[in-house]
Design a protein around this ligand. Structure first.
Ligand code: ATP
Length: 329
């Protein structure tokens, strides 16, 4: 099957800054694909390269098999939802949604019908006559979504679209976006720096660091089987054990990831002293200093939490220690 988006050796440099640095990537036609990484890692630049707002310094990009490397944005079957929504304050909701159709030259009645259908899709029926200022943040986000969807893109690009929303609304919109993507069956390419959001929404996740992709895989892959210490640490703040420590423990000479929730206190091969404690609500996180290597341990609510300064022994179940043989980060 032809990929929706495909990159080969794609780079975008700004002077000395390698915002995107020789990236190869394929995104499937019906995929919810997440670009995850810290601030400045190149996610937005990558999205802008797909949209055509940026020209690559090197490499090529194909959209549904067609070379789009030099195509202007309006010739690409993609549309973008920006974090700041970028709605026109003087236009009502319907005219905001229909704006692209007007620029394209659609007749008024057809524009109105399409805009109302798009508003229904995002559960905003009946809001067409309001001004953006008369809407909540979540509703404005939905208008921005409707405005992008009304153009019937084959790929929807979303740049941190939920960043401005409070946690509860954010979680609600995550569910709604996921449902909408399934319903429409088009590819969504979603940028976020929030690993929880990436894991809960993505069919696949690409983890970015310094303009490069460190790993692409399912949420389970990047969480349970990180390929580099960077991925282990960034996705779920795992413990990264040094190669020396792993050698002492299991005889292999490579770093390993060990999830804080996989560690049990009481019996095992490591001993250390509790030197930090943080109550998180549903769990307590402690940090144990094992001869200079600090390990985070997550104790679920109801579990016995040791005191600061206590000596403890740490163990884990078989398979919890994930050795990163191919580590380069
Ligand atoms: P954030 O989550 O903060 O938006 P990001 O991962 O999306 O970050 P980018 O916006 O793609 O990162 O930026 C990647 C790097 O490229 C950064 O170092 C940024 O400063 C730089 N950069 C991006 N756009 C430009 C530009 N137009 N001119 C110069 N440098 C730029």
């Amino acid at each position: 099957m032809t990929a929706a988006i495909s990159f080969k050796g794609l780079s975008r440099h700004f002077g000395d800054v390698r915002a995107v640095d020789s990236v190869d990537l394929e995104i499937g036609a019906g995929e919810f694909f997440v670009l995850l990484g810290p601030s400045g890692s190149g996610k937005t630049t990558c999205l802008r390269l797909i949209a055509g707002f940026e020209r690559p310094t090197a490499g090529r990009i194909w959209i549904f098999g067609e070379d789009a490397t030099a195509a202007p944005p309006y010739r690409r079957p993609v549309n973008t939802v920006f974090q700041d929504y970028a709605l026109f304050p003087h236009l009502n909701v319907r005219d905001n949604v229909a704006y692209g159709l007007m620029v394209r030259g659609d007749a008024k009645a057809a524009r109105r019908k399409s805009a109302d259908e798009a508003l229904a899709l995002v559960a905003l029926d009946g809001f067409g006559d309001r001004k953006p200022s008369e809407l909540s943040g979540g509703q404005r986000q939905r208008v921005a979504l409707a405005r992008a969807l009304v153009m019937q893109p084959k790929v929807l690009l979303l740049d941190e679209p939920l960043g401005a929303l409070d946690l509860k609304l954010r979680e609600q919109m995550q569910g709604e976006l996921k449902t909408l993507q399934r319903q429409l069956g088009i590819a969504f390419v979603f940028v976020t720096h929030d690993q929880g959001e990436a894991l809960s929404m993505g069919d696949r996740v690409a983890v970015f660091d310094k303009g490069r992709i460190q790993q692409v895989g399912s949420p389970e892959d990047v969480y349970d089987r990180p390929e580099t210490p960077f991925v282990a640490d960034f996705v779920g703040a795992s413990n990264v054990l040094s190669a020396d420590m792993v050698h002492d423990l299991v005889g292999r000479n490579a770093p390993a990831s060990l999830r804080p929730e996989a560690i049990r206190i009481g019996f095992g091969p490591l001993a250390g002293v509790v030197h930090a404690r943080a109550f998180l609500g549903s769990a307590t996180r402690i940090e144990v200093d094992c001869d200079g290597q600090k390990l985070k341990v997550l104790i679920p609510k109801g579990g016995e939490v040791p005191q600061m300064g206590d000596s403890v022994t740490l163990g884990w179940s078989e398979g919890a220690l994930h050795i990163m043989d191919s580590a380069n980060g």
